[in-house]
Design a protein around this ligand. Structure first.
Ligand code: URP
Ligand code: ZN
Ligand code: ZN
Length: 460
């Protein structure tokens, strides 16, 4: 063996075992009660040995809301690795007239030589022209089976194209992720609020009410049902959407739901903070009243929600303020999003497993196994099995950390979790047998990460 991880508690989505893991040529070669020898040994006594996290919702080094996010692939992947994640699947946005393959190639160039995490892309479809429809089967054949649509922003998908794209992508073996908000209602409510002189972050949530997320999610579910399409509803904040998904899944609809730490941990009281402080919570959909959190945790437990993403969108607080002030003080002009790639797993473990809201196997299922399945990477990624990539996270369940911006690796100037105490933290992250972070110290060189060609989506 090249590497042996000894004495840990090995956890997959279905099993918990006292076992050693042997790694050879970047793959898991053995899992057994005792494995002796190996060129290198890591002692994981008293710790969990998990599949490294798989993150499938980020906006790295790309333009959104007219501003480029400030974390490049090196910074983002280092943060990811400190937070236990070794694979990132990002959402690149094509420029005007750029092909989907073109944006994937461009972003592959941005990540190559920088990322320490393995990477892939779910391209955003932001125009609905015949050339895009013709590209889709070619991309799926070339190992890019996932695509992203928005029901808000300047690239809102019209209903006809929503149906046609869901049908086209699914029938060729792909899956569609959809941002679900009713754009027309939100734009109208924002105009109305502005006309009444209501500006500032406290108006972010009232102009994007729960009903706008529920209506759009419901529309997507019904279209998916009609066309037998496979769809992932991303960043769910509204408790009632969990229920819609549960009922649809019970009817056999291939709809999956994505949870996120900020909706599980934060609530809309963030917007009441003095001055511009509330802008730190300006993301879409907005943070919701606290009672929604219960439904989201329950959705993870029941399987209505399949995965957890972070929506890492590195807009500094100072730029949120600057752009709000220079764009006519419109609430809908504050860049949407917050950093989160490094805190996803620590928060999920601490708030989920440690507080008894989810089991340790569920933690693995939603942070690694299901995200890998949703993007066609399983079982190469997302599990600990013979032949899988040796992507491993060792987590110390006793380690206590106070989250601060200074202690994280993003180039942003804030974290929404400043001062949060977490118990249980990733200490070592391994990618294809190479240690990225060991005992909370960076070891990897920029450029370790490789582009991942993926399989077609399989319903699970
Ligand atoms: O606020 C968010 N979510 N920003 C990123 C773009 C998106 O909608 O995912
Ligand atoms: Zn979105
Ligand atoms: Zn997003």
């Amino acid at each position: 063996m090249d590497l042996t991880i000894k004495n840990g508690t090995v956890v997959t989505a279905s099993e918990i075992m006292a076992a050693d893991i042997g790694v050879k040529d970047g793959k898991i070669a053995a899992i057994a009660a005792r494995i002796d020898g190996g060129a290198e040994t890591i002692d994981a006594a008293g710790k969990y040995v998990f599949p490294a996290g798989v993150e499938i919702h980020t906006h790295l080094d790309g333009i959104l809301h007219g501003m480029r996010t400030v974390d490049d692939w090196y910074v983002s992947s280092v943060g990811a690795a400190f937070g236990g994640t070794a694979t990132i699947v990002d959402f690149p946005m094509p420029a005007k007239d750029q092909s989907l393959q073109g944006i994937v190639d461009e972003f592959t160039g941005r990540a190559t030589g920088k990322s320490i995490a393995d990477f892939a892309f779910t391209p955003i479809i932001n125009r609905f022209t015949e050339d895009i429809y013709q590209e889709i089967p070619v991309l799926i054949d070339n190992g890019i089976p996932s695509f992203k649509l928005f029901m808000y922003y300047d690239w809102t998908v019209p209903d006809y194209e929503l149906a046609r794209l869901m049908d086209t992508i699914t029938s060729h073996g792909g899956i569609v992720s959809v941002h679900c908000e009713n754009a027309g209602t939100i734009d109208y409510l924002a105009d109305k609020a502005m006309a009444a002189g209501h500006t500032g972050p406290q108006w972010h949530a009232p102009t994007r009410p729960l009903s706008t997320e529920i209506e759009a999610s419901s529309r997507v579910i019904h279209v998916a049902e009609e066309l037998n399409a496979s769809v992932l509803i991303v960043h769910i904040s509204a408790g009632p959407v969990v229920d819609l998904i549960a009922r649809a899944r019970a009817r056999g609809v291939n709809v999956y739901g994505e949870a996120m730490p900020h909706y599980l941990c934060l609530d809309d009281s963030v917007y009441d903070r003095p001055g511009y402080e509330g802008m730190k919570g300006v993301c879409t959909p907005p943070l919701r009243p606290r009672e929604n959190q219960k439904a989201l945790w329950a959705g993870l437990r029941s399987g209505a929600l399949s995965t957890i993403g972070c929506d890492h969108c590195a807009f500094p607080y100072k730029d949120k303020i600057r752009l709000f002030e220079t764009r006519g003080k419109r609430i809908d002009m504050i860049p949407h999003g917050a950093p989160g790639i490094e805190t996803r797993i620590p928060l999920l473990f601490s708030e989920g497993v440690n507080r008894g809201r989810i089991s340790v196997t569920k933690f693995v299922e939603v942070s690694a196994t299901n995200p890998a399945k949703l993007v066609g990477l399983y079982p190469q990624k997302g599990t600990l099995a013979i032949g899988s990539d040796a992507d491993i996270m060792i987590l110390d369940p006793e380690k206590e950390v106070t989250i601060t911006q200074e202690g994280l690796h993003s180039n942003t100037d804030f974290t929404p979790y400043e001062g949060w105490q977490v118990k249980g933290y990733p200490v070592t992250t391994i990618s294809r047998g190479t240690v990225l972070v060991r005992d909370c110290q960076l070891e990897a060189e920029a450029g370790h990460g490789q582009f991942l060609k993926r399989k077609r989506f399989e319903v699970f």
